[in-house]
Each structure stands twice: as C-alpha cells, then as structure tokens.
Write a protein that binds this ligand. Structure first.
Ligand code: FAD
Length: 318
C-alpha cells in the first residue's frame, strides 16, 4: 500500500501518532539474515507503519542487496516497505532493474534521491539519461509507472550542505514535489525550534505534502557528535550540557540521550506539523524501541491483535 494512503487510513481511525524504521544494507549474507530477524522482531514488538531500506549510491553489490531486502521484507515478511533509490553514479539499467523488482514484489513506495558520492569517490556524477537531481528520477518513475508508487523525497530543515541559500533549498524541494513527490522525510536534526520554523516556511512556500521528521537515536557520544558533524546540523546547548559530562559512560549516554530524544519527539508531535516519526535505527533494536516505549507509542493489546489478524496471510507462510 502507498505510505500516504496508509497514514491517512490510520488517521481516520485514530489520533495516535505513528512511526517507521529505517534500516541500512548489511555487508554480509549473515548480516542480511540477522537483519530479517531484527525487522521481524521489531515489527512484532511495535507495529511500525512501514520500514525503509537505504540504497548504496553508485550501485554495485550492496544495491542488489537493497533490492533483495526490499522484495523479501515486502513480499515474504509482509512489511510495508519503502525502497531508497539514488540516480547518479550508476547506469539507468540498474534503476530500471530496481524499480521492476520493487514493483514485482508489491512494494509501492520509493524514496527518490540524487545520492551522495559513492565510497572512494568525492563527487557525484550524472549518468546518461539526464539524471542530475532527485527531481529527474521522480519524473522518470512517474513516466514509467504512473501513480503506482508513492514517492518520498529528502528534506533538509538545516539546508543541504551543498546549498547555502534557504530560499533555493525551498525552491528545489518544491520542484521535487511538483515533479510527483508525495511526502518528505527529513535529514536528522536535534534543533526542534528550527525544524518548526522550517515547516512554517515549507507550508508558506505552497508545499502541502506530509513532512516526516527523521529521528536519530543517541547511542554513544562519539557517534552522536560524528553524525551531527557529517550532516552539518546544529546541536542545541542542552544536548551538549547533558551529554558532555557523561561522555565516557555509554550506558548513561544512552539513557540521557533517549530522554532528550523523547522530549524532542513530544515537542514535534505537539507542533501541529508532525503525526509520524521516522526512526533511523542504524540496524539497532533497543534504542528505537526504548524511545517508542517512553513516548507511549507501543501498541496496546487491542491494536496488536487487530494487526496480527491483518498479517495472517504472511505469518502463516513463515
Ligand atoms: P536533490 O534534491 O537533487 O538535491 C541535491 C543538491 O542539488 C542540493 O544541494 C540541492 O539544493 C541542489 N539542487 C536541486 N535541484 C537543483 C537545481 N534545479 N539546480 C541547481 N541545484 C539544485 N543517500 C544515499 O546514497 N542513499 C540513501 O539511501 C540515502 N537516504 C537518504 C534518506 C534521507 C531521509 C535523506 C535526507 C538523505 C538520504 N541520502 C541517501 C542522502 C542524499 O542522497 C544526499 O543528501 C544527496 O546529497 C542529496 O540528495 P537529494 O535527493 O536531496 O538531492
């Protein structure tokens, strides 16, 4: 099912916020098997609305694994799945293969991206076929598959690192929606006030699709700093004040970090702009579930039983 339709259907029945999980592609076959088990356990524990699987820019073996993961998660595990797909540094034939595999598996959701430069490369490169930006990929998907896919696009509340100008960032975001984008998933961030201001500007610019914030759990202090630096995002004073003094104690960092993320999510959900949280799991189970538990978003028994009935066709075949 298309993500936006699924979220709308949920909202007609309940005002409980929803969430989803992002997974990246492991490098080994054993890692992939472990990930299937983890996806399944996390589904059982929490009932996400959908999951998504990242794409390794530049194609190659890991991209084939992305395609396989998406097909298995969708058609064997029965999870609503969204496939990330980048469009630079790889041949169009690989884009075609990935789209066909997603289509054949019943997957109806693509996060259409330009892509970062692949590992061992400093620059992204256009390929034949005119794919310079994510909007080109969106147009291509629409031309080949009509409305079959819901198409998500990336949004940057603190601007894309390659483009300083805030207005241009909004213009390019709008171009992606006008090309056929149905929802926005954002880059990770910690500055909620800035996010809310950005949402106001996005709406004022005439972009009215759902905005889904990307939430990165805090697991260790080093990873927290590294990821923020990599995404060039602001770290509010409160985070440093609370985490820096305990940075050597991983367990305490996780505990306090989770509290900070939960506080941040509550504020997002109260802002009026957000009804769904997208959690970057980094393929870890504990931190996302802890956040959801503290937010009171884990399923009640009634919700759980209802979802299990809907999953019966898949569960029987496992
Ligand atoms: P675009 O929207 O095409 O923008 C790219 C750059 O070009 C920006 O600086 C933009 O301002 C500029 N631009 C856009 N249109 C124009 C125009 N008409 N003229 C001039 N400049 C323009 N990367 C991966 O490799 N794999 C993944 O799975 C992945 N998942 C992601 C998930 C999320 C939620 C997010 C936020 C990012 C993800 N990325 C992933 C990273 C993404 O590929 C990079 O951030 C990339 O640099 C930009 O991708 P985009 O789709 O936002 O590109």
């Amino acid at each position: 099912m298309r993500i936006t339709e699924k979220l709308q259907a949920h909202q007609r029945e309940s005002d409980k916020p929803t969430f989803s999980f992002e997974y990246f592609v492991p490098k080994t076959t054993q890692g992939v098997q472990n990930l299937y088990d983890r996806m399944d356990r996390m589904y059982e524990a929490s009932l996400p609305q959908f999951i998504d699987v990242t794409w390794n820019a530049g194609g190659g073996r890991l991209s084939q694994l992305s395609t396989d993961l998406v097909a298995t998660a969708q058609s064997v595990l029965g999870l609503e799945t969204c496939m990330h797909l980048t469009c630079t540094n790889m041949p169009v034939s690989q884009i075609d293969d990935a789209l066909k595999s997603a289509y054949d598996s019943g997957c109806q959701n693509i996060l259409a991206l330009r892509g970062d430069p692949p590992i061992n490369s400093t620059k992204w490169e256009a390929v034949e076929g005119g794919f310079n930006y994510a909007k080109d990929l969106i147009k291509y998907i629409r031309s080949k598959y009509g409305d079959h896919f819901d198409i998500g696009v990336a949004g940057y509340p603190e601007r894309h690192p390659e483009e300083e100008d805030e207005l241009l960032n909004l213009k390019y975001l709008k171009e992606k929606i006008d090309a056929g984008g149905n929802f926005i998933i954002t880059q990770m961030f910690y500055d909620v006030d800035n996010f809310i201001e950005w949402c106001k500007k996005v709406r004022a610019y005439g972009i009215d699709v759902p905005i889904i914030p990307g939430i990165m759990p805090i697991t260790t202090y080093n990873a927290f700093l590294r990821r923020a630096q990599w995404g060039e995002i602001n770290i509010p004073k409160e985070f440093i004040e609370q985490l820096d003094p305990i940075k050597e104690n991983d367990e305490l960092v996780r505990e306090i970090g989770t509290k900070l993320i939960v506080k941040m999510c509550k504020k997002l959900l109260q802002s009026g702009y957000v009804t769904h949280l997208h959690i970057y799991t980094m393929n870890l189970e504990k931190a996302p579930l802890l956040i959801l538990d503290q937010l009171g978003l884990l399923p009640t028994e009634g919700e759980y039983n209802k979802a299990q009935v809907a999953m019966l066709p898949w569960r029987k075949s496992l």
